[in-house]
Design a protein. Structure first.
Length: 584
């Protein structure tokens, strides 16, 4: 189909040599309007992707799915053009391919197609975009696990570095091997198309505009690479707005204590102390020493007129404050808690089993392997659940040198790179859990220091899918139900949960009463849609089969044998979970 002329206002299909005039115009459109379709660079890098070009107007990317004697044209993303030309580009494409489907559409483009008629609009999932300059590296209750996971990986000794064009052959071989093992863990044996792409690992770091970061283990005796000062400061700092809010909260707490009332944090700690005493009475063994610490904390909290120095010995430290100041407070906390518990050494006594029960200030009560003062420091911000993850044994096999990788494709606007799309982020099957979170946090800090504005984490297929009526569309009911069931029961098929955990979790959830969700003024979760011919809406016609052809082409499953075994995934297959993304 390359170079084929079609009778739609002189539009052409482009997939010629990079030096051709049409190809140069396509690249110009990418650089001018790439932010309208953050996945366009990734999609265009696939050899299966064609370009529908309307000279002097815009272009659209599409692919042709050909399986089981069926051929279906699939457009990917919004048109790359001026906003006023979006409708005309959609009309031209439909005139050229009347039975085409559209995927990865914004709501604005979906509304234009719905107004034209002849299509149904189905919710596909959620795309996450982070405003890099507004992100302040603080997390609420729904997102604090991101920090915990990243710190688990950091404490495991992993370091993050960017792979350049001069990378060694051994490093490229390691990346190629990790990608191969990642691919083998999926239900589909082929590379994913459209939403991801095959990467030339033999030339990693040499592709224009593409950046690759890895989380790897240090060799024995190797010094860790230096982190840029600006990025290191951002990893632990707060934005001006957050600092002001913290100061206001501190002032309010002082006034509240002066009035003879307990603060909310003090009440919570007193309740924790009571629960700890109850657990200690039932636990036996080290209950006496642990109860002494709990009683000391409870007695101190019972006095609202306590001094500032006394309160610091028991209050939990916020993990995102200044590192030096927090380290001093951590040391003071450890000395006070150890003295209250009767310990004289610089390490806490070993506890009995592998399960952490509860945590109070720096003194951890429960059962677990030797808690040291270093692991007990609140500056790490690692909760009991994260500590359990860190202690979990790795998967069978040799420990990998590269634990995780993230590939960033450029996002253009007005002729310059304004940010990046995380084209692929994956964890080695035997890698340290949290390595991808560590990569994402490091990448955010680095991009912010370099002045970029956005980081797109891509589409989480199936995440929080709603019926069409919820969005004001007529949807394909059987497809909506199928995607909902697949997300719930078929994680081993495409790792839907893993995608959501790696991408959508940065927003802390999705607001069901709106079309986009904004967390902390920096993380945006935006709905993406698919437009299918109205004739596909009947569940007993060709619609389900045609959709199966498209999903096979996209890489959701592989050969017909895998399709016949799809019911196994729907009822919960015993197959190991796929490691399509950060399998945490």
């Amino acid at each position: 189909m390359q170079g084929l002329q079609i009778e739609a206002a002189g539009c052409i299909l482009v997939r010629d040599e990079p030096t051709s005039l049409q190809q140069q115009e396509v690249l110009r459109l990418f650089e001018a309007h790439g932010s309208a379709n953050a996945n366009c660079y990734t999609a265009f890098s696939n050899p299966e992707i064609q370009v529908f070009l309307a000279p002097n107007r815009g272009c659209m990317l599409y692919t042709v799915a050909q399986h089981w004697a069926h051929t279906i044209v699939c457009a990917t993303g919004d048109p790359l053009c001026e906003p006023q030309h979006t409708l005309s580009m959609l009309q031209l494409f439909k005139a050229a391919f009347p039975d085409a489907i559209f995927i990865d559409l914004s709501k604005a483009a979906a509304q234009l197609l719905a107004a034209e008629g002849g299509v149904t609009i189905t919710d596909l999932g959620c795309e996450t975009t982070i405003d890099v300059q507004q992100f302040h590296f603080e997390f609420n209750k729904k997102t604090k696990h991101i920090r915990r996971r990243a710190e688990v990986a950091a404490k495991a000794g992993l370091v993050v570095e960017e792979v350049g064009g001069g990378s060694s052959a051994a490093l490229r071989d390691d990346l190629r091997q990790m990608a191969r093992e990642w691919q083998q863990g999926k239900a589909c044996s082929d590379d994913i198309k459209v939403f991801s792409r095959a990467l030339p690992w033999e030339a990693v770091g040499q592709e224009k505009g593409v950046r690759v970061f890895i989380a790897r283990a240090l060799a024995p005796g190797e010094a860790p690479p230096a982190t840029p000062a600006a990025a290191a400061k951002l990893l632990v700092g707060k934005g001006p707005k957050q600092q002001q809010q913290q100061e206001e909260l501190s002032a309010a707490a002082v006034q509240q204590q002066g009035a003879g009332q307990l603060s909310r944090k003090q009440r919570k700690l007193r309740e924790r102390a009571a629960r700890i005493r109850a657990l200690q009475e039932a636990a036996g063994g080290n209950a006496a020493a642990a109860a002494a610490a709990g009683d000391a904390a409870g007695d101190a909290l019972n006095s609202p007129q306590q001094s500032e120095d006394a309160s610091r010995d028991i209050l939990v430290i916020i993990a995102d404050q200044d590192t030096n100041k927090q380290q001093q407070q951590d040391e003071k906390q450890q000395r006070g808690s150890q003295a209250a518990a009767g310990f004289k050494s610089d390490k806490l006594a070993a506890l009995a089993s592998d399960e952490v029960v509860l945590e109070l200030a720096p003194f951890k009560v429960g059962k677990g392997p030797s808690w040291t003062a270093e692991s007990n420091s609140s500056s790490t911000g690692i909760s009991s659940s994260a500590s359990t993850d860190a202690a979990a044994p790795p998967a069978a096999g040799p420990i990998p040198r590269i634990h995780a990788c993230i590939v960033l494709d450029p996002v253009y606007s007005s002729g310059r790179v304004i940010g990046y799309t995380a084209e692929r982020s994956f964890l080695h099957p035997r890698g340290v859990k949290g390595a991808v979170k560590l990569l994402q946090r490091h990448t955010l800090a680095l991009l912010r220091a370099e002045g970029y504005s956005l980081l797109n984490l891509g589409l989480a297929v199936g995440y929080e899918i709603k019926p069409g009526v919820h969005h004001g569309f007529r949807d394909c009911a059987w497809l909506t139900t199928s995607l909902q069931l697949s997300y719930k029961y078929a994680n081993s098929l495409y790792a839907f949960h893993n995608l959501a955990h790696t991408k959508a979790c940065w927003g802390g959830g999705y607001a069901a009463d709106s079309d986009s969700y904004k967390f902390a003024e920096a993380v945006h979760l935006v709905r993406k849609y698919a437009a299918l011919p109205a004739a596909w809406s009947c569940p007993v016609g060709d619609g389900p089969f045609n959709a199966g052809v498209c999903f096979r082409h996209f890489g959701l499953y592989g050969d017909p044998w895998e399709l016949l075994l799809f019911w196994r995934y729907m009822v919960g297959s015993s197959q190991a979970a796929a490691t399509t993304c950060d399998n945490e």
